[in-house]
Design a protein around this ligand. Structure first.
Ligand code: AMP
Length: 116
């Protein structure tokens, strides 16, 4: 756990890569996706480096729960709560996951295509 010196998201959390941080607390940060797939595309990123949901110890369940809650609050702040939004966690090759540091995508601002 902790941080990984080769991980882009760890480097953003530590400030070694600059990024506009929209929100930060002890558990997570929120940034804008660098290549947005929707008018609103935010990433909720845990401050600790972990990768697989299945490897999480129970003490980290609170972190994941707070990331989901934070995503909902960011949706409310972005005024897309009524129009709707989608939360996505990619895991592994078939999902198209690019960055090996758990994160939640918040997508909104236009009708989103069917999943799959
Ligand atoms: P995933 O495919 O779930 O691993 O998503 C990784 C996301 O991180 C992609 O949507 C990228 O566009 C985004 N991303 C990569 N590098 C950065 C960066 N430096 N700042 C913000 N978003 C990034």
């Amino acid at each position: 756990m902790g941080s990984d010196h080769d991980c882009v998201f760890c480097l953003i959390v530590s400030g070694h890569i600059s990024s506009e941080i929209l929100y930060r607390d002890d558990h997570c940060i929120v940034i804008k996706d660098i290549a947005p797939k929707a008018p609103v595309h935010l990433l909720v990123i845990p401050t600790q480096h972990f990768t697989e949901l299945t490897s999480l110890q129970s003490e980290l369940y609170q972190v994941v729960g707070s990331m989901i809650c934070r995503a909902g609050r960011m949706a409310r702040d972005a005024q897309v709560e009524e129009s709707g939004y989608r939360l996505v966690i990619n895991q592994g090759m078939d999902s198209g996951q690019e960055i090996d540091h758990l994160h939640v995508h918040l997508l909104a601002g236009r009708p989103l295509r069917a999943m799959g």
